[in-house]
Design a protein. Structure first.
Length: 443
């Protein structure tokens, strides 16, 4: 039984058979049901999407050969550049009269991506967001202060729609204006905060500074849109006195709310009745077995306005093979471990900063700061891994941690590296992740 039953049964009783009364284990995520959705999707795009008609024709796809979910490997990937090239409405797969809204993802380079939504898409998104709230233990008695922005970029309105569907009270603040945020938080007794991690930290610091911790009523933070370190998470939780939940999503696929970690905080459950997740090798495109780290690829099983098939997110994660101990039947991905663009190739092995951070977490007494120096001598690559540790001046401890780091690299990433342990504070601090890697190999 999923944890939503214990929390919500009583409070949601009397709300009838509307969506807010549905429990997380009541959704149909059987292979049969998902296969049927997949077949519907293929029918919809072959009939209504000029974008996929062209793509499938170019790739020589014979749709009649696709009968099971596993056959998805016969379909081509969709990437972000293609979405940009479809600007403004080239992704639309339904007649104009069915489109009720558009959202857009910001592009630092080139055209933005425009995603049209149908009424059904908006409802599905709100339902997924509501499930996230339920997973975080929220009910219709909660008051959710929403600090992400409203507008073209999706975040705020998704949090809002989910709140209303749950029957909770939305406090639609949008970003900024910390003074007003704190006043509303106090006066309206907000119980949950929807926020980016950096804004949650800013609010937390302000609340600590003003000694307001005992006066606020927050119990839960739904935090997303950026990668945040376990250390930053702990600070937000301690300073606000809340439990936080990591929310995931991207504008191309609805927006935030497609996955959330449960109360055990061991990976994020994703809504597999609406979304099909695959993990691929970002270089070869080959599908990787569950448990292996790779690039997340998403197919929107039920989306109508702009369905996407095998969309390459460039996000790195893995699908957990085993069910979650919390009892929630939805499958899980690991927290996001970085972007495929950040790849470093060393001795023929692809290494990602997220993997390195993952390895660091496994060795006790090692801090979060590291530096990588790559050299090539007579055609051979070598990698020096410099990392800050506690008690670096104790030679015995230094040797032990070096050995442990070396073994962790070998076991979890599959490369052998030279490790140098330095005292905490010895490495340069930089905002930019890329500064952590110094590549002295000639290209
Ligand atoms: Zn769980």
């Amino acid at each position: 039984m999923c944890n939503c039953h214990d929390n919500n049964d009583q409070k949601l009783a009397g709300k009838g058979n509307d969506a807010s009364g549905t429990q997380l284990c009541d959704y149909d995520i059987s292979v049969e049901s998902r296969t049927a959705s997949f077949m519907d999707l293929l029918k919809r795009v072959t009939e209504g999407s000029p974008f996929y008609q062209k793509k499938f024709a170019e790739a020589g796809v014979d749709i009649s050969e696709i009968r099971t979910l596993d056959d998805i490997c016969k379909l081509p990937f969709t990437n972000k550049e293609e979405l940009r090239d479809a600007y403004p409405l080239g992704l639309q797969a339904v007649p104009d009269e069915e489109v009720v809204r558009i959202h857009s993802s910001s592009g630092t380079t080139g055209s933005p991506v425009i995603i049209p939504y149908t009424k059904g898409d908006v409802e599905v998104w709100a339902d997924m967001m509501m499930r996230c709230y339920k997973m975080a233990g929220l009910t219709n008695t909660d008051r959710i202060q929403i600090t992400p922005g409203y507008g073209l970029w999706t975040a705020g309105i998704g949090f809002q729609a989910g709140t209303e569907l749950l029957g909770a009270m939305a406090v639609p603040m949008g970003p900024g204006n910390t003074e007003k945020q704190l006043q509303m938080m106090l006066d309206l007794k907000s119980t949950a905060l929807a926020s980016t991690s950096s804004y949650a930290l800013l609010l937390a610091e302000e609340i600590t500074k003003r000694e307001l911790k005992d006066k606020i009523h927050l119990k839960v933070g739904i935090i997303g849109s950026e990668r945040w370190s376990p250390k930053m998470r702990a600070r937000i939780e301690n300073e606000l006195g809340i439990d936080t939940y990591d929310i995931f999503g991207l504008t191309e696929i609805y927006g935030p709310g497609i996955a959330l970690d449960c109360s055990l905080h061991d990976g994020l459950h994703y809504w597999s009745d609406h979304l099909l997740f695959e993990i691929i090798d970002p270089v070869t495109g080959e599908i990787l077995p569950d448990g292996t780290l790779g690039e997340l690829v998403i197919t929107t099983l039920t989306k109508e306005g702009a369905p996407l098939i095998r969309y390459r997110t460039r996000d790195l994660t893995r699908i957990f093979p085993e069910p979650c101990k919390c009892g929630c039947p939805f499958p899980r991905i690991d927290r996001l471990l970085g972007r495929t663009d950040d790849r470093i190739k060393i001795k023929g092995v692809n290494v990602y900063p997220g993997q390195i951070e993952d390895v660091i977490l496994r060795v006790e007494g090692v801090s979060s700061e590291y530096q990588i120096i790559l050299e090539r001598e007579s055609g051979r690559d070598s990698m020096l891994f410099r990392v800050e540790i506690e008690n670096a001046d104790d030679p015995e401890n230094n040797k032990l941690r070096s050995r442990q780091m070396n073994k962790a690299f070998h076991d979890f990433i599959g490369v052998s590296v030279d490790v140098e342990c330095v005292p905490v504070g010895a490495l340069p601090r930089s905002e930019k992740k890329s500064k952590r890697v110094i590549d002295n190999r000639e290209m």
